[in-house]
Design a protein around this ligand. Structure first.
Ligand code: GLV
Ligand code: MN
Ligand code: MN
Length: 429
């Protein structure tokens, strides 16, 4: 096998860079992020690329084009993980293109564009109340106010970036829409991402790979419910202001609304209860909601319905509820032309192209604002389980997906440079 066995072994090595062994958890700007980055930079250099960390801790490798003033095709995925994660989510989309470049370099082959592979520092949003931090910086969507956000230990993102060895104030140098500083990199003409499917569609259809049509949009809310603490043994049942029972009703409303309205999914993934004693009525509850749909209007309706119903529940139970949106992204359609080129690459491997939407979020979802964007999905074993240590991928599927990605890279023709963009690059060099 040319690629698959090595990629799986590399994913095993990366899984050891974890904050809570034997589980896999690797958050943005952690020591383990640095270790994983150093390993990936080594792989990139071995494959014939220049590579290093950028000022925000993204891992960036570049394989120069065969022609001068060439545009850039960017590919990659995230190095960070959820808590107790699987080992292929994100990492496959970094390792697979590195294997492609290694093969191109072995053949002394250059492309008519520079290929940049990025291991984005943060996509999952586990450490800070922001998500897609690295990819948004590169798509011109970085919010400088994020630098003042704190993690659970009170460390600001600015401090964490600087402690990591980055330079928080240089975020603007990554901004691909920011003109001058980045034009030295050339114009980004496409963003493509390969990723484990994280669901069962390809598995059920007996297909190793598929073409993503669109990435679902998402809204994330933080909800605080404030009641009144009291003695668990003395306050009569009818006289309580129990924040947790109110929150429980709210959680069940999210579930029933998203069940009854096809095309939506809703999840409450974090909840804290204070004061948190067996004999005290809960006073303060905080929880998160994540609502997704590939139709933005469905998602907007769901958020309105949630706010309205939570107000009713809070009134009836004599508690106060406050909801805050801390993340929102619209559904991101994949470029039709690039989808067709992935389909052609899949066909060339004797596989019928299967088109499917992505319910999961991805770094790719921020790039349609900058460049045509597409994604290749790879079959996820074990009933499609992901965000879980039982996530699996076979070496055979990693092999096919990498070969399809290489076919795509070798056949992709960048659009002709416009005179103005060529001049812009000229000035910088
Ligand atoms: C990222 O994995 C997400 O979809 O939340
Ligand atoms: Mn994930
Ligand atoms: Mn992912």
């Amino acid at each position: 096998m040319k690629y698959g066995t090595d990629i799986l072994k590399q994913a095993d090595v990366l899984a050891a860079f974890t904050e809570d062994a034997p589980q896999l958890t690797r958050t943005y700007l952690s020591k383990e992020h640095k270790q994983a980055g150093a390993y990936l930079i080594g792989l990139m250099r071995d494959a014939g690329m220049t590579a290093g960390f950028d000022p925000l801790g993204n891992i960036v490798g570049r394989y120069e084009a065969g022609v001068p003033f060439a545009p850039v095709v960017m590919t990659g995925s995230h190095q960070d993980s959820v808590r107790n994660a699987g080992r292929y989510d994100g990492l496959f989309g970094i390792l697979s293109p590195i294997a492609c470049v290694k093969e191109l370099n072995r053949q002394h082959k250059r492309l008519p564009y520079a290929l940049e592979i990025v291991g984005f520092g943060d996509e999952e949003g586990v450490r800070f109340p922001a998500t897609l931090i690295g990819s948004k910086a590169m798509a011109g969507l970085f919010d400088p106010a994020w630098l003042d956000k704190t993690d659970a230990s009170g460390v600001t993102m600015r401090q964490a970036i600087n402690d990591f060895g980055g330079d928080a104030e240089k975020w603007c140098e990554l901004d691909r829409r920011n003109g001058a500083p980045n034009s030295a990199h050339g114009e980004v003409v496409a963003f493509v991402e390969s990723h484990i499917e994280q669901g069962p569609v390809l598995l059920n259809d007996g297909l190793a790979v598929g073409v993503v049509t669109a990435i679902a949009g998402a809204t994330r809310l933080r909800v605080t419910v404030t009641g009144l603490a009291g003695h668990a043994g003395t306050v009569p049942m009818g006289a309580r202001q129990d924040a947790l029972t109110a929150a429980a009703e709210m959680v069940l409303f999210v579930e029933s609304y998203c069940t009854q309205n096809a095309g939506l999914v809703g999840t409450v993934g974090i909840m804290s209860v204070k004061p948190g004693a067996v004999n005290v009525i809960p006073q303060d509850v905080e929880f998160t909601i994540d609502v997704r749909s590939s139709e933005d209007s469905l998602r907007a309706d769901a958020i309105n319905a949630i706010n309205a119903e939570f107000t009713v529940i809070a009134k009836r139970r004599n508690v106060v509820v406050v909801t805050n949106v801390f993340f929102s992204s619209n559904a991101a359609p994949c470029d039709a032309g690039l989808q067709a080129q992935f389909a052609q690459a899949i066909n060339a491997h004797g596989i019928t192209p299967r088109y499917l939407p992505s319910g999961a979020g991805h770094d790719a979802m921020v790039f349609p604002a900058v460049a045509p964007t597409a994604m290749l999905f790879v079959r996820c074993g074990n009933n499609g389980i992901s965000h879980h240590p039982d996530e699996t991928m076979t070496a055979e599927d990693a092999e096919v997906a990498t070969s399809v990605l290489l076919h795509f890279f070798e056949n992709y023709q960048p659009p002709q440079f416009s005179a103005s963009s060529a001049q812009r690059v000229d000035r910088q060099i």
